[in-house]
Design a protein around this ligand. Structure first.
Ligand SMILES: Nc1ncnc2c1ncn2[C@@H]1O[C@H](COP(=O)(O)OP(=O)(O)OP(=O)(O)O)[C@@H](O)[C@H]1O
Ligand SMILES: [Mg+2]
Length: 299
């Protein structure tokens, strides 16, 4: 259908709490199980995805955790340190300069710097061809919620527009080229069947396409509810204490799902509905089944 899973960099984003990490983890498990060497990255999330997948040891360094699956929790400070050390190779100098209070104070006014370096770390892996050491077939990036994600992805573009040519704008240049290359990169927008998340998804799609020139590869309507009870069932259950209200609430959610589907069709990208699962907490079994559903829909 969309060939989405052929893109090497999959950017998962959406409003806070809509299921971005769930979708990113489900996709990564699925890609890895298909034999693709996959890197699942989260951003400054205190290792949440690692815990979700049973790998609490995942931190700021890329770590192989399962066959074909590596993970990392990107942290701006740690990425910065790694980057600078890879250039100057002297821990002592790094500490003297970057851990100096005055320098730290100034760095806070160059917020794009840490973000560029962090994004650069992910994209460095993308630049390596899959058969190079450290190369991955697929990178799934669980981005922060909308506003922060747009800021992060907008950094290379912003730098190119403002900086004179030099090493920093060269770095920004190749990142921008990869992010905006529709063969390489695609965004997956996660939404929920409610007004506000749908509004935000429509705005996000617009911002990604027009402002950042990033391809939107799919919209995922997470926690979709399918109508189950017809008018006759509802009439028969209406008088039953408790049950009637439950069925009505369920059908209202199904109605909201239908309305959301209709509104999200305004985005020119495949729409995938993932079901609302009933479980106290989603575990690996649920993630695998969501991953299968995504792969099936996005073939
Ligand atoms: N399809 C689903 N069915 C049932 N529960 C779900 C589903 N998808 C996600 N959830 C639950 O919803 C909650 C939020 O999901 P998740 O953490 O993936 O969202 P997020 O967008 O990454 O949030 P944040 O913005 O905080 O990073 C979690 O408790 C998760 O288990
Ligand atoms: Mg998350």
């Amino acid at each position: 259908m969309s060939g989405l899973l052929d893109r090497r960099l999959l950017l998962v984003t959406g409003k806070g709490g809509v299921g971005k990490s769930t979708v990113a983890a489900a996709l990564a498990l699925r890609l890895a199980s298909a034999g693709l060497r996959t890197l699942l990255c989260e951003v400054n999330a205190d290792g949440r995805l690692g815990r979700l997948l049973g790998h609490p040891e995942v931190g700021a360094d890329v770590m192989a955790v399962e066959p074909n699956l590596s993970m990392v929790d990107l942290q701006p400070d740690a990425s910065m340190r790694e980057y600078v050390l890879s250039k100057i190779r002297l821990e002592r100098v790094y500490r003297a300069v970057f851990e100096n209070r005055m320098v730290k104070y100034f760095l806070r006014f160059v917020p794009a710097l840490a973000e560029t370096v962090m994004l650069g770390k992910v994209m460095w892996h993308l630049r390596q061809w899959p058969d190079a050491p450290g190369g991955f077939d697929r990178i799934v990036l669980d981005l922060p919620a909308t506003g922060h994600a747009l800021t992060l992805l907008g950094v290379p573009h912003g730098l190119i527009a403002t900086l004179p040519s030099g090493p920093m704008s060269t770095e920004a240049g190749w990142m921008y080229d990869l992010l905006t290359d529709p063969v390489m990169t695609s965004a997956i927008l996660v939404s929920l069947p409610e007004d506000l998340p749908v509004n935000e998804t429509l705005e996000l799609a617009q911002a990604l396409r027009t402002r950042l020139k990033v391809r939107v590869g799919a919209v995922v309507l997470n926690q979709s509810v399918a109508s189950r009870f017809g008018a006759a069932d509802r009439a028969a259950l209406a008088g039953r204490p408790g049950l009637g209200a439950l069925v009505e609430a369920y059908e209202e959610d199904a109605q909201r799902t239908e309305e959301s589907v209709e509104r999200l069709h305004a985005i020119d990208a495949p729409l995938v509905q993932l079901p609302r699962l009933v479980a106290p907490e989603l575990g690996r079994g649920e993630l695998v089944s969501l991953g299968d559903a995504l792969a099936e829909a996005l073939r």
